[in-house]
Design a protein around this ligand. Structure first.
Ligand code: NAD
Ligand code: ZN
Length: 271
């Protein structure tokens, strides 16, 4: 199908009160200067060994090397602190206004840029957590604390920084509020059940800047396929999602960066 067809379908879906879900990944933030995991910036050295994010972002690694893992996160928090949302993030804010209650934003990004751009927390599901928050490692409570109350992204990371990252309640060790690769999704921190419900009620699914390799995004996509949902993939490169969509008769693949594709789609939907 061609692009004019997709715009007509999107307009009709809005008129019919259909539910739109936007599933976003690291690619959405690439134009804000934040490297994706495919980018070359993800590696980290401990001792003389090079580690991949998939090894750093684990409970196992944190338990063995809490300071080094915190240091890795603090360096990302510093980078994210300086980043500003791009046209793709702002378009999603406008989509939320345009679609009102028919909108859900499911984000795999932990950079905080969706809320910084202005999406509301009510329709926002950060399924991998959010690095602007920390929490008690021992879970003496479920409370999330703002990282900025412990660490200013403008400051240098020193040995003393780590000593400050203690739980305000039990004074034990804290952790970044992110889902590690060796942990499971849950409702309490990552809104698992809510997102499963959203996946079922989705009539239009956008997959944006994601390789679709983690399990919940994959499940959302599979649910959409089973329900014959309209699916639109936005990504300059091929992914597992686009490969499937080429063979799916209710799918579109838009080979473009999200910062340019999303504003254009929204503009044409509004005409
Ligand atoms: P990924 O790194 O596996 O893949 C990123 C995808 O974005 C690629 O398919 C790439 O082609 C595409 N892309 C690159 N530039 C783009 C652009 N301008 N517009 C649209 N697409 C673009 O990312 P993932 O699927 O989100 O999975 C990685 C995991 O790492 C996630 O769990 C996420 O939580 C985490 N992560 C988060 C951030 C962040 O918070 N910004 C950054 C890196 C990784
Ligand atoms: Zn505690």
């Amino acid at each position: 199908m061609s692009q004019p067809d997709v715009i007509a379908l999107l307009k009709k879906a809005k008129e019919n009160n259909n539910h739109f879900t936007f599933l976003v990944g690291a690619g959405l933030s690439a134009e804000s200067g934040i490297p994706t995991f495919r980018g070359e910036d993800g590696y980290w050295v401990i001792g003389s060994k090079n580690y991949h994010p998939q090894e750093m972002a684990t409970r196992q690694m944190f338990t063995k090397h809490p300071k080094e893992v915190w240091e890795w996160y603090l360096s990302r928090i510093k980078a994210y602190g300086k980043s500003i949302p791009n046209e793709g993030h702002y378009a999603l804010v406008e989509f939320e206004k345009h679609l009102q209650g028919q909108f859900s934003l499911v984000s795999q990004n932990v950079d905080g840029l969706n809320l910084k751009a202005g999406n509301s927390i009510d329709h926002f599901y950060p399924i991998h957590g959010d690095l602007t928050f920390i929490r008690c490692f021992n879970e003496c409570s479920d409370e999330l604390y703002k990282i900025r109350d412990f660490f200013n992204p403008e400051e240098e990371i020193t040995k003393e920084t780590f000593d400050r990252l203690v739980c305000p309640k039990c004074k034990g060790i804290t952790r970044p509020h992110v889902l590690w690769f060796d942990e499971a999704y849950d409702e309490k921190f990552y809104r698992l059940n809510s997102v499963l419900e959203i996946a079922e009620k989705t009539d239009v699914l956008f997959t944006i800047g994601t390789t679709g390799t983690t399990s919940l995004p994959h499940h959302i996509f599979q649910t959409a396929l089973q329900n014959r949902t309209l699916i639109i993939d936005i990504n300059p490169d091929d992914t597992i999602f686009s490969q499937v969509l080429y063979e799916y008769d209710n799918g579109f693949v838009i080979r473009e960066k999200s910062g340019s594709a999303l504003p254009k789609i929204l503009k044409r939907m509004k005409i």
